[in-house]
Design a protein around this ligand. Structure first.
Ligand code: 4UW
Length: 523
């Protein structure tokens, strides 16, 4: 077992909102969130007041402690208003990718038993279709005015003193993002107020480096744990300013860095790649950037160095998972040893084990093992899925990440492989089991297995091995999936095979396919 090298900290015993907004009153006139596309801006004072007003409005519309409210919204300043208003009431915010299909959104909110959805006008129709699949949803609130929905503005008409709600930070669930974990389809990850407060406090304690003077770029989606906690929460708790962008588009992204004088950018490896290599980058003044933080997928040392050299700024890497709120490892800022391929040591209050997944025994020092984590940021469990929870959490509090890591002499970790099923497309989760279920709904497909294959731009893309029952082309297989899933989940390679390798118990031997694919790439 390895302890964090950092001194332990006391985790504040408080719900999320008072923790995040502890400095809001002192910074009342300072911009907290600015929309990089529209220019709409909320100061800390306006943001804090809007959160209180919307909490009152949600309460007037029947939202109570423990209710799940679904948020289907791109990165706009009001995302933060709704998110923190819901949690103010002790209700639970479940976020989803706004580009998800109606079926995907419906499936998440049926599973989470959401009672209300909050969205934007452009997504209203999709959310209505989703709500027909999720029978618990009784109201859709739209940030604008659309027939058949509750206008967001009406939530602001019920005063600004929300009722006091008793929240037990260690027990009460605060957010419910979805993750497929080590296998299967996406599951609701129950993160408590304490989980999120702990992770923000742990990050501050190890000097993740955001300070009040920083202007952060909020281009990664706030619905995902990285945007939700590391960017949105991490910036607001420090009193920094976030410039949000509803989507990534290279020219707009570069222009916003230049005009808004962005100092700190939280990114994923495909965007770091663009910054390191794309010719357009040379046309912009990006000299305000002092720090780029990458996470959600592996960042190679060479790419980190190339980006740092071209832009003249620090490039550091963090690691973690939705199930760990998310941060567990962070590459120190102050270290002169820059090792872009490493995720650094475990952050404060975080214990690690490296384990042989077959035996659950710790591996010998210096060997690769599955990374297990214990700490205050580890989730309470999956919502309504005790078996899935038991499969990845031990009775004594260890969470099995499904990632394979090594630790070096300094106590720094590198993530070197994955034993779980997950595919990471540009840092976003794609669950092989979900794509396999879609493919098996095609009568011309007898059997299938989906695995990740490496891709220079996206990191990984899904590849399907298909046993066909009749005439079927690879293009038809890809089109069949593309019509039924979010664009980022598309199957991008297909290979027809005679049979899918399976264990005697019928489990797909994915590892065999992954290893075969790797051998092919190397030959
Ligand atoms: N290197 C290799 C990495 C890395 C990685 C994540 O969608 P989820 O559940 O969660 C995330 C979390 C992103 C994140 C965590 C901590 C942090 O500091 C930060 O900002 C810098 C971002 O994406 O996917 C979790 C899975 O993503 C892979 C890994 O397989 C993990 O189990 N992953 N970060 N640096 N792989």
């Amino acid at each position: 077992m390895y302890q964090s090298p950092y001194p332990s900290i006391e985790i504040p015993d408080t719900p999320l909102v008072p923790y995040v907004f502890q400095r809001a009153a002192a910074l009342a006139d300072k911009p907290a969130l600015i929309c990089g596309a529209s220019g709409r801006q909320l100061t800390y004072g306006q943001l804090e007041k809007a959160i209180r007003q919307v909490a009152c409005g949600l309460h007037a519309h029947g939202i109570r402690k423990g209710d799940v409210v679904g948020l289907v919204c791109p990165n706009v300043p009001d995302f933060a208003v709704v998110f923190y208003a819901v949690t103010t009431l002790g209700a639970i915010c479940s976020t989803v990718n706004p580009i998800a299909t109606a079926e995907e959104i419906g499936a998440q909110f049926a599973d989470s038993e959401a009672v209300m959805l909050v969205t934007i006008p452009d997504l209203f129709e999709k959310c209505s279709a989703a709500a027909r699949l999720a029978s618990t949803v009784r109201e859709i609130v739209v940030m604008g005015e659309v027939d058949g929905s509750t206008p967001y503005a009406t939530l602001f008409t019920h005063g600004d003193a929300p009722p006091h709600v008793d929240i037990n930070p260690a027990v009460d669930v605060c957010v419910l993002p979805y993750s497929s974990g080590t296998s299967g389809i996406p599951k609701g990850v129950m993160l408590t107020h304490r989980n999120l407060v702990a992770n923000l406090a742990q990050c501050s304690a190890v000097g993740v480096g955001v300070n009040e003077q920083d202007v952060l770029l909020g281009v990664l989606p706030f619905f995902h744990i990285y945007g939700m906690v590391v960017i949105m929460g991490g910036a607001l708790v420090q009193g920094a300013t976030i410039v949000s962008l509803p989507r990534f588009e290279l020219e707009q992204f570069l222009s916003v860095i230049q005009t808004r004088r962005i100092t700190y950018a939280n990114l994923v490896p495909p965007i770091v790649l663009a910054l390191a290599k794309h010719p357009l980058v040379a046309s912009y003044d990006l000299s305000s950037l002092r720090m780029i933080l990458s996470g959600a997928a592996p960042l190679g040392a060479e790419l980190a160095d190339a980006c740092a050299a071209r832009l003249g700024c620090m490039v550091r890497q963090g690691y973690g998972l939705t199930e760990t709120s998310p941060v567990t490892h962070f590459h120190p800022l102050e270290s002169d040893v820059v090792d872009g391929g490493s995720v650094g040591p475990a952050i404060a209050n975080t214990e690690c084990r490296l384990v042989d997944p077959a035996t659950s025994d710790d591996v010998a020092e210096g060997e690769r093992g599955e990374l297990w984590i214990r700490g205050p940021q580890v989730m309470k469990g999956y919502f309504n899925k005790p078996e899935a929870t038991a499969a990845c959490m031990t009775d004594d509090g260890w969470f099995k990440t499904g990632d394979v890591a090594v630790i070096d002499g300094r106590g720094w970790y590198s993530i070197v492989d994955r034993v779980k099923e997950l595919i990471k497309y540009k840092g976003l989760q794609v669950a092989p089991a979900e794509l396999e279920a879609v493919l098996l709904s095609n009568p011309l497909i007898a059997d299938v297995a989906v695995i990740p294959v490496p891709d220079v731009e996206a990191g990984e893309v899904p590849k399907a091995f298909v046993v066909a029952r009749g005439e079927l082309s690879a293009d038809q297989v890809m089109a069949f999936v593309a019509e039924r899933v979010s664009p980022y989940k598309k199957v991008r390679q297909v290979e027809f095979v005679e049979a899918i390798p399976k264990s005697p118990s019928g489990k797909i031997l994915r590892r065999l396919l992954v290893d075969r694919e790797r051998a092919k790439q190397q030959s």
